[in-house]
Design a protein around this ligand. Structure first.
Ligand SMILES: CC(C)(COP(=O)(O)OP(=O)(O)OC[C@H]1O[C@@H](n2cnc3c(N)ncnc32)[C@H](O)[C@@H]1OP(=O)(O)O)[C@@H](O)C(=O)NCCC(=O)NCCS
Length: 145
């Protein structure tokens, strides 16, 4: 499995090709965000916040991951992490979390936060995310690295 940041611009995107990386990444994003469109994926890609897992040439998962450089206490957010349904429970989601943890430590970021969906809560708890005790709205889950 390869995990990497996907950079694609609007001009090189081929909506008619089912193997186009943006077409496939959008399918993965839609696992969590039903409103995600190809323009969502292009926008994230152009911002540098779109990460994908590729298995044997197929994009099986996509995530919107964003380091936030807050003075003194930087953090990173996983806004969306979706593994395409036919590839779930095969270790891809946890491999992406491990990859993000390494990227965080490389940038001296020691906390990852996210808002889980009801069905993904158990997954994140298994990987060591716990409820944050600060006063942010919606109480994110947090993993200290
Ligand atoms: C949640 C999601 C990111 C997890 O990714 P994944 O690749 O399927 O998860 P992994 O295979 O890496 O699982 C890692 C561990 O978490 C467990 N796990 C996975 N999904 C889980 C869930 N929804 N609830 C509880 N535990 C879960 C796995 O059994 C595995 O445990 P193990 O190491 O003891 O075998 C992925 O399933 C997804 O995108 N889901 C979106 C939709 C959704 O929430 N579906 C849930 C349907 S039940």
């Amino acid at each position: 499995m390869d995990i990497y940041k996907l950079y694609v611009d609007n001009d090189s995107f081929d909506r008619t090709d089912p193997y186009d990386p943006i077409v496939q990444a959008t399918k993965a994003l839609r696992t969590v965000d039903h409103n995600a469109s190809e323009s969502t994926a292009i926008h994230l890609s152009e911002r540098g916040d779109l990460y994908v897992a590729e298995n044997h040439g197929i994009i099986t998962a996509a995530a919107h991951f964003e380091p936030v450089p807050i003075d003194g206490d930087p953090e990173a957010w996983i806004h969306v992490l979706g593994v395409r349904p036919e590839f779930q429970r095969g270790g891809i989601g946890s491999a992406m979390i491990d990859y993000f943890a390494v990227r965080c430590l490389d940038q001296n970021i020691r906390q990852i936060l996210l808002h889980p969906t009801p069905t993904s809560l158990g997954f994140y708890q298994k990987l060591g995310f716990t409820q944050d005790d600060d006063l942010r709205p919606g109480k994110p889950l947090k993993k200290i690295l």
